[in-house]
Design a protein around this ligand. Structure first.
Ligand code: ADP
Ligand code: MG
Length: 259
């Protein structure tokens, strides 16, 4: 199953969720591929991959047709977790994709067939509803939407939902919202609780577990590690473990699943 992790707002926890959910899905015995679709390449560095190692072997070269998708996939330090890395050059791909035409189906053609070899492929999207996110939505079976428990959290979600609906009608009828994930939740503040309540009211398919705001989750990427490696006994680790369990129950459970 291919899941886009998307929200056009920056800093809401897309990358943190992609890599840590990915890590904990491997603990449930699932094979996982994280595809870094953001030119900022945060998922790539957060998984401990040196940018120099990726030069000339990133998603950009796949989109330009120089390399096949499987040629860029790297193993990470976590058994069962692989990465298709990004690089800053990917920013240029937006322009090239538009010029090449049929630009929203490139991921579907070039990535999807290979990506289906993993139990779960997580597409870590950039913070915009541009060409790369559109490509991810067209290629995916479902969308995970991280929502930061902050003022104006709901702002932009309506636009994202309309975009998902549009993609479903025009290009990808199988696309579903797999669920919303509350991130950076601080149980001590009324604001966090209010936002969480509001999001759950508007979007009943919000996952039960809320990811807490913790220093350890914020620190781990600077060591090139997921929370599973950096501090598996932490609250943040427990939350991502719970999210992985909830996701698997939801998508693989008796009710049928996302596709
Ligand atoms: P996005 O990919 O949506 O732009 P990130 O996942 O990169 O967002 O998160 C933005 C910043 O917030 C990063 O510095 C990240 O380490 C930090 N962060 C994300 N989630 C948490 C959390 N639950 N607790 C503390 N810091 C977090
Ligand atoms: Mg990111």
């Amino acid at each position: 199953m291919i899941l886009a992790v998307a929200n056009q707002k920056g800093g809401v926890g897309k990358t943190t969720t992609s890599i840590n959910l990915g890590a904990y899905l491997t603990r449930l015995g699932r094979s996982v591929l994280v595809v870094d679709c953001d030119p900022q390449a945060n998922a790539t560095t957060a998984l401990g991959i040196d940018r120099r190692r990726v030069e000339g072997r990133s998603l950009y070269e796949v989109l330009t047709g120089e390399l096949a998708f499987e040629q860029i996939v790297l193993r990470t330090a976590i058994d069962g977790l692989d990465l298709a890395p990004s690089s800053p050059t990917l920013a240029g791909a937006e322009v090239e994709l538009v010029e090449a035409g049929a630009f929203e189906t490139r991921f579907r053609e070039l990535i999807r067939p290979t990506a289906l070899r993993w139990d779960y492929t997580l597409l870590d999207c950039p913070p915009s509803l541009g060409v790369l996110t559109a490509n991810a939505l067209v290629a995916a079976d479902g969308v995970i939407v991280p929502v930061q428990c902050e003022y104006l959290a709901l702002e932009g979600l309506a636009q994202l939902m309309r975009t998902i609906e549009l993609v479903r009608r025009r290009a990808n009828p199988g696309l579903r919202v797999a669920g919303l994930v509350l991130t950076m939740y601080d149980s001590r503040t009324n604001l966090s609780q209010q936002v969480a309540e509001e999001v759950r009211t508007h979007f009943p398919d919000t996952f039960q577990v809320a990811i807490p705001r913790t220093i350890r989750l914020g620190e781990a990427p600077s060591f090139g590690q997921t929370i599973l490696e950096y501090d598996p006994a932490s609250r943040g680790a427990a939350a991502y473990n719970a999210l992985a369990e909830e996701l698997v129950a939801r998508l693989e459970g008796a009710a049928g699943g996302v596709a």
